[in-house]
Write a protein that binds this ligand. Structure first.
Ligand code: FAD
Length: 317
């Protein structure tokens, strides 16, 4: 079932969804199941699975020289979505990125997703590869998320890359896109970023999922600014718990977001990461209750690594 249908069916009720990472290459899927098991009692409407592009690394040879090799640390997004669907009978949303993909590979990936019975995709550009300073599309690949989105919209209309295909199957993907309450870090300003977000919605995105934020006021201001320029699709807040002191610097650096002073002050007072986790749980619960009270359609939790923290919060809701 499509994400948008889950939202419409829930009417004014707030539903929950979770996001997980594929296992590291070399690990089995069992650890992911152990991660998800305690979360399934909350009957998530859907589960997102992130996509991780391949990286170039330099491996030292026996003679001291270096060899450039391509590695992919977390493969398998599409098949993991299918496995989760089979095991838990829940809808899944694979993330699909432009980075590292040519348009033919993207089309094949989308065809595979349909064969697997997956109705949803979250389309993203992806970040620059580790060895690049700025995002570089594959030769002939997509430069922005909107270009990838248009390819999915075309497939939904039965338009494939091979123009002479006859009587083609129309896919029916529900399409999500990313939005940034604190602005995407490359955008010159919020207005420009919002204009590009509106272009994604006008091109066919069904809903928006936000980057994580820790200050609900920023989410409400973002929704208001979106509505003011005619973005009328559901805007799903992305939520993440803090649970280590290190995150005080890692989260702003990695995701280009701020931690509110009240939160960072509380984290600074903590002597151990267990205490930080307690602070993070309370903060997330407070955020979640407030968002629910204000009628958000979905609370989307980045569960990465800490399912019990998210479980404790959702239990309290
Ligand atoms: P875009 O919408 O293409 O925007 C990128 C930048 O370009 C923005 O600054 C925008 O303002 C600008 N822009 C957009 N269109 C144009 C245009 N036509 N001309 C000029 N400028 C333009 N990354 C992963 O690798 N894997 C994941 O699984 C993943 N999941 C994510 C989930 C969520 C909810 C979010 C918020 C992010 C996720 N990311 C993921 C990170 C994401 O790929 C990066 O934030 C990336 O830098 C931007 O992706 P985007 O889809 O927002 O790009």
């Amino acid at each position: 079932m499509k994400v948008i249908d889950h939202i419409n069916q829930a009417k004014d009720k707030t539903i929950v969804s979770f996001e997980v990472l594929p296992p590291l290459k070399g690990k089995g899927i069992e650890a992911l199941y152990r991660h998800l098991d305690p979360l399934m009692e909350f009957k998530p409407a859907f589960i997102n699975v992130t996509y991780h592009r391949s990286e170039h690394v330099f491996k030292k040879r026996a003679d001291g020289s270096f060899e450039k090799v391509v590695i992919r640390k977390r493969p398998g997004t599409e098949s993991i979505c299918a496995a989760i669907m089979n095991k838990y009978n829940v809808d899944t949303v694979p993330h699909l990125i432009c980075g590292g993909f040519g348009i033919n590979e993207t089309e094949d990936a989308l065809i595979n997703l349909r064969y697997l019975g997956i109705d949803n995709v979250l389309v993203l550009r992806g970040d620059a590869a580790k060895n690049e300073t700025a995002f570089e599309p594959e030769p002939g690949g997509h430069k922005y998320a909107i270009d990838l989105l248009k390819q999915v919209v075309n497939l939904n209309a039965g338009i494939y890359l091979e123009e002479d295909l006859k009587s083609t199957h129309k896919t029916e993907f529900c399409i999500g896109v990313a939005g940034y309450p604190e602005k995407h870090f490359e955008a010159p300003n919020m207005d420009t970023d919002l204009r590009y977000l509106k272009a994604k919605v006008d091109a066919g995105a069904d809903y928006i999922v936000t980057q994580m934020f820790f200050d609900n006021a920023k989410y409400y201001a973002f929704v208001k600014a979106c509505r003011a320029i005619g973005i009328n699709v559901p805007i799903i807040p992305g939520l993440k718990p803090v649970y280590t002191k290190k995150q005080m610097n890692v989260l702003p650096k990695t995701f280009h977001i701020d931690l509110p002073t009240d939160l960072s002050n509380e984290m600074l007072k903590c002597k151990t990461d267990e205490e930080v986790e307690q602070v993070g749980t309370e903060w997330l619960l407070h955020q979640s209750k407030d968002l629910k009270k204000n009628g958000v359609p979905v609370l989307h939790y980045y569960t990465l690594g800490k399912p019990h923290v998210v479980a404790n919060v959702v239990k309290e809701l």
